[in-house]
Ligand binder design. Structure first.
Ligand code: SF4
Length: 406
């Protein structure tokens, strides 16, 4: 997959930075907070690739580009315009797998049918160009299965100032992709894995684990860096933070692990969503891993929203563009009142929905609340939940209206 992970600052670095986050008037400086998070991740990535000359050369160049991008975002902030550091781009609606509990299939954002009116590679390149000018340093490519839309990934390879983690189910690695990843070091495959073989195959399908590790081994043999994305549930928390699992990943050449908290999309999977206690354990484990296993970068999503002054969706820290061009607060919130086929990113960030979410108090709270899934109503609790119910309420109670992005 395609579980949509985000690169967010970790609790430790945020707390270290905490005192600098507030100005004299106690107002939270989100831009400084996000910039610090980006710098931390980039510096960890530089350290993790030091032994590979080609990779560390790219990372050093990217670190400089990312600093320049931060300056552009800061200048915009000072002029009254907030530019997020991240963007999630779902570049196709198609996928070959049927993973248990896939939120994207549940919302029909992912289907088995041929994509209709999805953005072309030229349209995505225009978006990437504008993102670069605005100072957005990370664009996470997701889907569906993003590697099914090869021409967009090739277009992304041209944008050296932007790092593109590609969240993939790992079943489409081929010679052409290996050659592309070798040529364009800003494209980083992030392989979705759920734990050991049994756990991974139970959720993703028989034989998927073996295909994933064979892809990892080939990437490693060719000296290409890659990461892993792990959906954290109440069931696999111990397994995916264990030394045994992480050592296997590291031995195979993995350089980054992104932990994404499971978001339930049906009532029968609510029990899999990490609660407060599991999140606490995850935080402690992340601190331990950063200390004891510094050979990899560890990132968690949604991370510590309290430190971030609340939810960072809807352009506070990131936003999502779906495969048809609809600009949405987050992949878990498929609502949009603007399409980037017709507008610029800058205009999309000023959409009535995003503005209402950002400028009201709706995002200024961490999510302990309910999560709204498409067509299903409100269910359970989710770490990235409350905003969506509120977003929908804004959409349906104002002139904004329910999103149509296709
Ligand atoms: S079904 Fe496809 S989009 Fe959904 S989680 Fe699996 S790989 Fe990702």
């Amino acid at each position: 997959m395609t579980d949509p992970p985000l690169v967010l600052p970790d609790k430790k670095s945020l707390h270290e930075f905490g005192d600098n986050m507030y100005g004299n008037n106690d107002s939270f400086d989100l831009q400084a907070y996000l910039t610090r998070g980006v710098e931390q991740i980039v510096s960890d990535a530089v350290k993790a690739t030091l032994k590979d000359p080609k990779e560390s050369l790219f990372m050093a160049k990217f670190a400089a580009a990312s600093k320049a991008a931060s300056k552009r975002r800061r200048a915009a902030e000072d002029a009254g315009e907030h530019i997020p550091s991240f963007l999630i781009a779902s570049i196709t609606s198609k996928c070959n797998l049927h993973c248990a509990g896939c939120y994207s299939r549940c919302s029909h954002a992912t289907t088995d049918t041929e994509p209709v009116s999805q953005l072309s590679s030229e349209e995505w390149l225009r978006i990437f160009d504008e993102a670069d000018r605005l100072g957005i340093s990370f664009i996470l490519l997701a889907g569906g299965e993003p590697m099914l839309h090869r021409s967009v990934i090739e277009a992304a390879g041209q944008k050296e100032n932007i790092l593109f983690p590609i969240f993939t189910n790992g079943t489409f690695m081929d010679e052409r992709y290996f050659a592309l990843f070798d040529r364009c070091r800003n494209l980083i495959p992030i392989m979705s894995i759920e734990g050991e073989k049994e756990t991974t195959d139970r959720r993703r399908g028989e034989g998927i684990y073996d295909r994933l590790v064979s892809g990892m081994d080939e990437l490693c043999r060719r000296g290409l860096i890659f990461g892993a994305s792990v959906t954290v549930t109440t069931e696999n928390l111990g397994e995916v933070t264990s030394d045994a699992f992480l050592k296997t990943l590291s031995d195979r050449g993995c350089k980054a692990v992104i932990f994404v908290e499971f978001v339930p999309v049906t009532e029968d999977t609510e029990g899999l969503a990490p609660g407060d206690r599991e999140r606490e354990i995850l935080c402690e484990e992340l601190a331990r891993l950063r200390r004891d296993r510094p050979e990899m970068v560890y990132v968690s999503f949604p991370g510590d929203e309290k430190s971030a002054g609340g939810c960072v969706a809807a352009g506070r820290g990131f936003f999502h563009i779906n495969s048809h061009g609809g600009a949405e607060p987050c992949p878990f919130s498929p609502y949009s009142d603007v399409n980037v086929k017709q507008t610029s990113l800058r205009e999309a960030l000023r959409s009535p929905l995003f503005t209402a979410l950002r400028d009201g108090v709706l995002l200024l709270d961490d999510h302990a609340g309910e999560h709204l899934t498409v067509n299903q109503g409100v269910i359970g609790s989710s770490p990235v939940g409350g905003v969506f119910k509120k977003a929908v309420s804004i959409c349906t109670s104002s002139s904004v209206g329910r999103a149509t992005d296709s």
